[in-house]
Design a protein around this ligand. Structure first.
Ligand code: C5P
Length: 286
């Protein structure tokens, strides 16, 4: 038996951190949406009790350090699964980019293995298991557009965001998510209007989304890496309707209503940045 699963990237339309909690995580309010830039996983059932992971990309671990491996190991241990799996992971999403690539891979693995090993877990049960491995994994299991609160693991699905073009540009620098959260001063930053963003999504208002877009983590990453700020400015100069850093960065995305302008932003950015993508919002058919 063989299963193919798509693992789409996400962008943050808004990301707010309200305060630092006693468990050292931040209490968050995020509106996220999945986009048509995806990794692909193939899962093959093995009768032997092993987990085999083959990653088709350089510099990505194919052992216990990989969230996909951890997802398989967690299900095996929790449900005493005696069968095994051979997983091939084809990467297209840039790594450590603020696009939840690793979390989406783990979510796809949980979904696929639920089927492959016939575990009959509900989406909510998978999301609870996913939250043990990473804060963004529950959202990745739901996909589409959603409000994520708590540590990021409490998901309220929203209508799909209005169709538009999304230009992504990832500068070739790495940022550490724990480092960005550590340097964030929640009391000193301007907070995005999450309720306004949720309303804009419910209204299907592209203009409302542009008016309420915001990410508190920009205060840390843009100050430390001026090239990220420059990319954002270039996107706006080339005609983007709005531009924002996703997650803890360093990827910046532009939302553009008109295709001709999106192409201009895309072509313009290619002069500054090696990794540039032109995509659309994406939601799995339910
Ligand atoms: O949950 P995950 O392992 O993906 O989180 C990575 C890091 O991001 C955490 O160790 C923490 O430093 C930071 N984080 C946070 N508050 C959250 C989610 C993540 O401070 N709600």
């Amino acid at each position: 038996m063989k299963i193919n699963v798509k693992a789409p990237a996400k962008i943050n339309l808004s990301l707010d951190a309200l305060y630092k909690r006693k468990d050292n995580y931040h209490e968050l309010e995020m509106v996220m949406t999945t986009i048509d830039l995806a990794d692909r996983l193939q899962l093959v059932l093995l009768e032997k009790d092993i987990i085999k992971l083959d990653v088709k990309a350089h510099f990505i671990p194919d052992d216990k350090r990989n969230l996909v491996y951890q997802a398989a190991a967690l299900l095996k241990e929790r449900f005493s699964v005696k069968q095994g799996v051979a997983i091939t992971l084809d990467k297209s999403i840039p790594v450590a980019a603020g696009l939840a690539g690793g979390s989406s891979d783990a979510a796809a693995a949980l979904k696929g293995l639920n089927q492959l090993w016939d575990l009959k877990l509900t989406l909510e049960e998978l999301a609870d298991l996913g939250a043990e491995l990473g804060s963004d994994i529950p959202f990745c299991l739901y996909g589409g557009t959603a409000l994520a609160t708590g540590r990021g693991e409490i998901i309220e699905p929203l209508p799909m965001m209005p169709n538009c073009w999304i230009v992504l540009a990832k500068p070739s620098i790495s940022v550490s998510t724990p480092g960005v959260y550590r340097d964030l001063r929640v009391g000193e930053v301007e907070h995005p209007n999450t309720a306004g963003m949720v309303q804009a999504i419910r209204d299907g208002s592209f203009e409302g989304i542009c008016d309420n877009i915001g990410n508190v983590l920009e205060t840390v990453t843009l100050a430390k890496h001026p090239e990220v700020k420059r990319i954002k400015e270039k996107m706006l100069e080339f005609g983007a309707d709005t531009a924002l850093m996703s997650g803890s960065g360093p990827t910046v995305f532009a939302l553009v209503k008109q295709y001709s302008r999106a192409k201009r932003v895309y072509n313009g950015l290619r002069g500054f940045c090696e990794e540039v993508y032109l995509v659309r919002p994406w939601q799995e058919e339910k």
